[in-house]
Design a protein around this ligand. Sequence first.
Ligand SMILES: O=P(O)(O)OC[C@H]1O[C@](O)(CO)[C@@H](O)[C@@H]1O
Length: 493
Amino acid sequence: MPSTPFTPAAPSATLAELFAADPSRAEEFSHDLGGIRFDLSKTHLTREAIEGLDTEDYYDALARLFAGEVVNPTENRAAEHPAERGFGSPDAVALAAQRRGRMRALIDAVEAGAFGDITGILHIGIGGSALGPALLVDALGRNERRYRVEILSNIDGQAVDEALGRLDPATTLVAIASKTFTTAETLRNAEAALAWLQEAGVEDPYGRLIAITAAPDKAIEFGIDETRVLSFAPSVGGRYSLWSAIGFPAALALGTDAFEAMLDGAAMVDEHVAEAPAGANLPLLAALADLTYTQGFGAATRAVFAYDERLRLLPSYLQQLVMESNGKSVRLDGSPAAGPTSAILWGGTGTDAQHAVFQLLHQGTHLVPVEFIAVAQGTDEQDPAHHRELLLNCFAQGAALMTGRSSDDPHRNYPGNRPSTTILLDELDPSSLGTLLAFYEHRTFAEAVLLGINPFDQFGVELGKDMARAIDDPDTRERFDPSTRALIEKAGL
Ligand SMILES: O=P(O)(O)OC[C@H]1O[C@](O)(CO)[C@@H](O)[C@@H]1O
């Protein structure tokens, strides 16, 4: 943990002044990695800020992360998601590879017809056990998906009915994904799926269930045969787990080669952060920019806009990654954080968002650092003219935010000096998506280290879970506040 909290100041120069002072700024603050251009030049990052950054703690923490040491002290755990991509202790890497081999064997068995003629998969999970697979399948499997994949997360019965309604029980596999195998929503939905198989007269309904978990005993207790339990290490956190067996539906739908390519793309970032000096370490630079805005400029939020329909689920994936990791108020030693920690992450897709929320970005009173994510190469099926306009819109927004336009009429005045980062993928494929997601993981980690907080626990979600249990019990319900009791009564519960 850093001995003194890291609190970057806001530079006094505007973006226009920074560009005017340095003709090579666009080049100097843009870096390419794994077929992706990361352009940070339209942020207020300065060479001085980068050079002044004390990175000893960061590189120390990174070495401990990769060595499989305890970097999550409040749960006395390592965080071994990089081992899924080949970066970790030899034991962790070997175990991850062995588990991946089991996943591949199961996929081969599905393809060989061991489960009959399977055409669809219902993946049941929530949070990190759903957001990653949903993003992968939606981003990469739009045109060539080999199986119909439905991701069911919400406990809302309407979500259950809709997901089941799109599948045929006679030809569907059900994957129950839960790291802990105790999550109420997932278990309730798993029971519903089992009942659906039983009611449809499927001969061996339990034989259609696959468990994906770090608690195999609990899955076996649920009734799933251990040959169909895909496990992953307890040291892989939920929001970091798409690289593990949690990615099963994506590996099934897209093929194991695509899944491996995604892991290789992510490994490029592991290698990059381990080797790059601070001035060229992309996740670290992005984290420095993030903290410059939260701490230096007092920005409460950060917005991510995917200018590609295939990445429409990226903002919700990032919300969990960033906010569940760094939405903390205390440092590792329990002392209060020195200033704001994680920004509130929000976002959407371009160009839709331009016609909904960009007014505030251009002229509102809040400073919101914006992130644009676009893909240079459209899909083969897409009309190139549309793709061209999409990209031009994306780049125009970044330019407009930065340069603004002055007018004597205050209503028509655009102040400019509003920062953005542009992430431009050459193309969207498993490898580049792996690189992109691992970039965000490492950025979140770098930010946590600079803040001295633990990004790997999530006690904040536990209180609500406890209360949800207590509110269902008439004895403990009595102890709830009058407002909550009145709502329960009004809803007739
Ligand atoms: O995979 P599990 O154990 O069902 O947990 C699901 C999600 O719930 C959380 O614990 C938060 O409620 C997340 O961290 C996790 O991704």
